[in-house]
Design a protein around this ligand. Sequence first.
Ligand code: GDP
Length: 391
Amino acid sequence: MLEYIIIIVVVAVLLLGAGGTMLLRPRGMHGIRRGRAKELDLTGSMPKAGDDTSAGTITLPPPAPPEQRRPEPEAPPKPTLEKPPPSAGRMVRLRARLARSQSGFGNALLSLLSRDRLDDDTWDEIEEVLITADVGVTPARQITADLRTRVKVEGTRTPEEVRAMLRSELLTQVETESSRSLRTQRHEGRPAVLLVVGVNGTGKTTTCGKLARSLVGDGQTVVLGAADTFRAAAADQLQTWGERVGAKVVRSDKEGADPASVAFDAVSAGIEQEADVVLVDTAGRLHTKNDLMDELGKVKRVIEKRTAVDEVLLVLDATTGQNGLRQARVFAEVVDVTGIVLTKLDGTAKGGIVIAVQRELGVPVKLVGLGEGPDDLAPFDAPTFVDAIIG
Ligand code: GDP
């Protein structure tokens, strides 16, 4: 009897042992193998001689305690919409920046005009200062001749008189009869369309972004078209500008896509969304005049299938002087420019280019870029500009 009991106990112990092992065995053994196979796949490493490759010897790391598990990836934060300031009074706010860069040229003129004796050499120096400031040879001669006549007629020259005389002469040169206001109002139930053109690197995309901000600041709704499809970064740049102020950006996913089709889509989106303004950034490759003419011509024609182009803004880098002017001339020959945006006026003492470019193209400077900050674009104002030059 005792023997039977011993046998039953031994059998029971043996059975429990086997069951226990099965119970202890982790459930997803196949998963473990898959896991290891994946690991091998990922590293791409082949087992080396001496490596133990038998699945049976894999030892699992203990499962991570819940608090150490990798958190679920969070959705990227939504960009917070900024509320840009309105455009009014911007040039006055940025005047100090303009004065810093332009006062050299203004002060040189004032001190020459204040000399006791104004002989031929002094007048030559005055002309030279104007030419160095990129006013252009013909306007420089004209300004000098005008000043000479005034001095002769007016006689005595107190510092105040000299300043007033120079101010009035520069104003005459900078002011134009054409309006500097931008056409950004909806008409015939359609948004205003502004095409932004210019050589790459002049600040075209930045200007589109800054202008969109400024229009939003003035309470308008804006759609941006990234038709500079040759530079992938341009569309990204524009997207960032747009997202910051809630302006929709129409772009193509393909690099090198047809700029005209992006422009068309942007204008169509503007019409559908009843936006106030559609701003279209274009590519500024200047291989040949014909290429440029074909491309900009096509963009304009395609937009005009939906609505009129209200403004063609030519962006010109003020630091590029005569070279920039030559490029501007080519653009003006291929497309009807309605306004000039003079960028980087904060980085040059050659503000005379305002006079030169208006004269050369017969088109007013409408906006000026006075820094890299998002709100450093201002509607151009002639008296503020001249006052900044002569301090
Ligand atoms: P794009 O190739 O013509 O589109 O030129 P971008 O818009 O990319 O601008 C080229 C560079 O010029 C960028 O570094 C801008 O920040 C800079 N830039 C644009 N406008 C101004 C300006 O008014 N002042 C200064 N200092 N830099 C500017």
